[in-house]
Design a protein. Sequence first.
Length: 119
Amino acid sequence: QVQLRESGGGLVQAGGSLRLSCAASGRTFSNAAMAWFRRAPGMEREFVATINWSGGITDYLDAVKGRFSISRDNAKNTVYLQMNSLKPEDTAVYYCAAVPRLDGNYDYWGQGTQVTVSS
């Protein structure tokens, strides 16, 4: 059974940092792109960041550029999201995703981890 398990969420004050992890099991994703999405209360899910299979290509939501950094460790089958200078508007459930489809969706999703940034 393929699983993506996020961890590292929590409550942090504005300006603080968190590091999210997404550990995959059941198959290797070392040859697949992976991504982070988020869903704030009452909002649609939105793309946050993506990384290609080797880690050499990344892309970010404009609102997080310069503050967030996505990386991966293929030996550990894990992708990370380092979040610095957090803002209250970053409050959301953060989801890990793997293996993108042509329609922009992903084949695999995690259950999500809550990030709450207090002002």
